[in-house]
Design a protein around this ligand. Structure first.
Ligand code: AP5
Length: 219
């Protein structure tokens, strides 16, 4: 199973991918998490990426390619199963992904499109908390941590993402519409796309996504 999770900010892509990875079903690869780790470490790549992330803009493709593609292999062998969360974000990234997978003798098996509105995103992201250490996502309204201050899984500190401010979320949404939404058609034409209503409660979404990927609904 080699899958892409497509969808606007706050749609729950990370929540669902993390859940399936925690069940041992697959590996979760998030370009947002990889970029935030570079920012946190203050690497040259992180310093460059941060200027774009803080404004809700896409990071240039070459920087994203640099951190992503090594993650699709382990010990010199291609990963057998993965979910790409937040990648690709534009046509050039989608074409590059196809090319790299082909070079590894692989292709995508499923793309899940998380359908979600801008108003819902602004609301959800205003109450998101993220673990600084393991990147687990919580939500003060819908999925609160047991303690306000620390992560249930690793005890790491919880914080708000700087790009979850309402005006930055709106910029991210605009960026999604302008650059990423065309991927819906791209993957539809490839026969890979399935839509999921991401405004349902998280557990319902998990049931649907698991079925689409693993219970014969996958390809
Ligand atoms: P990235 O981290 O990928 O952000 P995003 O795509 O905007 O998505 P989010 O992480 O905000 O949302 P999500 O869908 O994962 O939702 P989550 O599960 O956390 O990218 C950040 C930035 O990095 C970009 O703006 C860009 O600058 C850069 N970047 C990343 N990838 C790039 C690329 N490929 N190219 C160029 N630049 C790139 O859930 C959100 C909240 O809702 C949580 O609090 C959660 O608990 C809650 N929740 C989840 N599901 C539900 C539900 N069903 N019901 C109620 N609450 C729910």
């Amino acid at each position: 199973m080699r899958s892409v999770f497509l969808g606007p900010p706050g749609a729950g892509k990370g929540t669902q991918a993390r859940q399936l990875a925690a069940e041992g079903l697959t590996k979760h690869v998030s370009t947002g998490d990889l970029l935030r780790a570079e920012v946190e470490r203050g690497t040259p790549l992180g310093i460059k990426a941060r200027q774009f992330m803080d404004q809700g803009k896409l990071v240039p493709d070459d920087l994203v390619f640099e951190i992503l593609f090594g993650c699709l292999e382990q010990g010199g062998k291609p990963l057998r199963s993965f979910i790409l969360d937040g990648f690709p974000r534009n046509r050039a990234q989608a074409l590059e992904l196809d090319r790299r997978l082909q070079a590894l003798g692989q292709s995508l098996t499923r793309v899940i499109n998380f359908k979600f509105s801008e108003e819902a995103a602004v609301g959800r992201l205003s109450s998101r908390l993220l673990c600084r250490q393991c990147q687990a996502a919580y939500n003060e309204a819908t999925a609160p941590p047991k303690s306000n201050l620390s992560c249930d899984l690793c005890g790491g500190t919880l914080q708000r993402r700087p790009d979850d401010e309402p005006e930055v979320v709106r910029n991210r949404f605009q960026e999604y519409r302008n650059k990423s939404a065309e991927l819906v058609k791209y993957y539809e034409q490839a026969g890979l796309l399935v839509n999921v209503d991401a405004e349902q409660p998280a557990n319902n979404v998990t049931v649907q996504v698991r079925k689409l990927l693993f219970d014969g609904g996958g390809r």
